[in-house]
Design a protein around this ligand. Structure first.
Ligand SMILES: [Fe+2]
Length: 246
């Protein structure tokens, strides 16, 4: 809207208060283990920015994706410990935890089998699909997770182009108690107009449960702030987000 909205006298969108989400539950803030934070300084600067934006808790979720990011629970836990120590050293009082963003493939199923999974909240687990093609056997995978007492959340549903144009799949998953997460970047068009369109569709249909940063670098956060009056934030403000219930 911006300038045109102003020219035509439309009411300007109120700036979205990110702090109202309380908790961010999808980001890449452990230094040097995936395509997110490069080093501890980078991590600390991003954490400070989150706090400045009003967040009270950060659950960071490094990639676990065989062949690309071969992280283990141990590597992530060690990284979590290092960040927590740095926060303590600086007297930064923030609830900081690490879990993971699991890429859905056969190696993930092996981890499910072994029970080697990093969770957050009430045994929640964050899972992502491939961007290129629809997943095979995802229903079984979610069922297995639920049978073992996990509460699955599907990451950035609006970014899967093979579901674009419909919210039926999101509805189907939610009916089976699988929660849906959306990226803030999608709301502001960071991933392009098609993803933004899908985000709008989903917000209008009310089929989203969590809104998260998926922050990989500082520019993500500064962009969110710069665009906090984008029109879709009107819809964001109307949703019942579950972030603060984790
Ligand atoms: Fe992510």
């Amino acid at each position: 809207m911006g300038l045109l909205g102003g020219l035509f006298g439309k009411k300007k969108q109120e700036p979205f208060n990110f702090g109202s989400l309380h908790t961010d539950m999808h980001s890449h803030l452990i230094p040097g283990i995936d395509d997110g934070s490069k080093d501890m300084d980078d991590t600390l600067r991003m954490i400070e920015k989150f706090m400045e934006m009003g967040y009270k808790r950060i659950i960071t979720t490094p990639h676990i994706k065989t062949g690309s990011f071969d992280n283990t629970s141990e590597i992530i836990k060690k990284g979590e410990e290092d960040v927590k120590n740095e926060l303590a050293k600086r007297n930064i009082d923030l609830d900081f935890q690490a879990a993971a963003e699991y890429f859905f493939d056969y190696t993930f199923l092996e981890k499910v089998e072994k029970g080697d999974l990093l969770t957050f909240g009430q045994n929640h687990i964050l899972v992502e699909y491939a961007f290129g093609q629809p997943p095979m056997g995802a229903e079984d995978m979610f069922f297995q997770l639920q049978m073992k007492g996990y509460n699955p959340i599907l990451a950035h549903f609006e970014r899967y182009v093979y579901y674009h144009g419909s919210v039926a799949k999101a509805e189907e998953l939610r009916n089976r108690n699988i929660k849906i997460q959306m990226n803030i970047g999608s709301v502001i068009g960071h991933y392009g107009p098609l993803v933004q369109k899908q985000a709008e569709k989903m917000l209008k249909a009310g089929v989203v449960d969590y809104l998260a940063s998926d922050c990989h670098r500082m520019e993500h956060l500064t962009l969110f702030e710069a665009k906090n009056q984008d029109p879709l934030f009107a819809l964001v403000g109307q949703q019942k987000w579950l972030n603060n219930r984790l």
